[in-house]
Design a protein around this ligand. Structure first.
Ligand code: SF4
Ligand code: SF4
Length: 347
């Protein structure tokens, strides 16, 4: 295992997501991990040990460690701190010289965190907080006492030297709690970001901004797709997009395979139309460039048989109501988890 050969990361890659586990102590109704059955069915105790994670990640050449163009390893999930060896993984990455980002719901013991994780692993010159805490107004206790405790934990980490900010999704149900949290954040000088709701809302309207809105219209088509993201599942397989990751289909290999490679290339896909909003939305890159999208999609097959007959031009059913297919809105309240996003996309 220790002698696995180096894997080269294409220089066009912009993001490395290490999904340490799909397990989470919360069960948000809109969680993105519900998007694919696999993520929820995956046994919570099916953790890869820290040693394997470190073997897998440290064989990747191209995770820039220094300079102005550091490409961090983003630790995410689920709730990444649910991994029983979370601290071993972070410390191992630190010792190897990697910088990391962390997407978390802050349900861990902050004193234990400070005692175990060097702040330096999160510190680099970047315009957004590298520890991105998600505040889930609809599932966290809706009390002043809870919000006070939450902000106290954030302040404790900030005052201990960790770059940290709070992110939320502004759902109708959570609007008052979000306002209260925003006020607390402001008073305490903590960055607070509201992320856009993604996917179809209760009225069947597609919310969010997309480079490829037609990729969400639920009309399956063939196309070619190329990604700039390395998505690593809890079992250390790699995937080209969140759709495939959460459904556990079409893995490109395992980072524990001796011959695995990471290629910047177009691949055939049969699932355009069923894409995950995370992959096709217009967002802000880690360099602050607005309008960045994780994937490129080309060579779309214009006509394809569906269960409703032949659908012609998918552009006619791009943004907005999904009338053409006659389908109900998809269950994409599940696309609003704060965790999987690499940047504070709060435009
Ligand atoms: S949205 Fe985040 S905090 Fe909520 S269940 Fe999913 S992973 Fe857990
Ligand atoms: S077209 Fe959509 S489902 Fe297919 S690989 Fe690209 S992002 Fe994934």
């Amino acid at each position: 295992m220790k002698n696995l050969k180096t894997v080269f990361l294409p220089r066009m890659y912009e993001y490395i997501g290490a999904f340490l586990t799909f397990d989470c102590n919360l069960k948000c109704p809109y969680c993105i991990n519900r998007f694919g059955d696999f993520a929820w069915k995956n046994p919570p105790l099916n953790y890869r040990p820290a040693e394997q994670w470190l073997t897998a990640l440290t064989r990747i050449m191209g995770i820039h460690k220094t300079g102005t163009d550091i490409l961090p390893v983003t630790l995410c999930g689920g709730e990444p701190t649910c991994h029983p060896q979370f601290y071993d993984i972070v410390r191992g990455l630190y010792e190897y010289g990697y910088k990391t980002d962390l997407l978390t719901n802050l349900s861990f013991n902050v004193q234990e965190f400070v005692d175990n994780v060097p702040a330096d692993v999160f510190i680099r010159e970047i315009y957004y907080p590298t520890i991105r805490v998600s505040f889930h107004a609809t599932v966290m206790p809706n009390t002043k006492a809870f919000r006070k405790k939450f902000i106290d934990k954030v302040c404790f980490l900030r005052d201990s030297g960790y770059p940290i900010g709070i992110y939320t999704i502004n759902t109708e149900e959570g609007i008052e709690a979000n306002k209260s949290m925003a006020q607390l954040a402001s008073v305490n000088n903590i960055a607070f970001y509201v992320k856009p709701y993604l996917g179809y809302d209760d009225n069947g309207v597609l919310r969010g901004r997309y480079t490829y809105p037609e990729a969400l219209n639920e009309i399956k088509r063939k196309a070619k797709c190329r990604t700039r993201e390395l998505l690593i599942s809890p079992s250390l397989d790699i995937y080209r997009c969140h759709h495939d990751l959460y459904k556990d289909i079409n893995p490109l290999g395992s980072l524990l395979d001796k011959d695995v490679s990471i290629d910047y290339m177009f691949r055939n896909c049969d699932n355009l139309g069923k894409c995950n909003p995370c992959d096709v939305k217009s967002k802000t890159s880690r360099h602050g460039t607005v309008g960045y999208t994780s994937v490129d999609i080309i060579d779309v097959v214009k006509e394809q048989e569906t269960e409703y007959g032949f659908e012609k031009d998918f552009k006619s059913d791009s943004a907005g109501k999904n009338k053409k297919s006659g389908r109900k809105k998809r269950a994409t309240r599940s696309t609003n988890a704060v965790q999987p996003d690499q940047t504070p996309d709060n435009q």
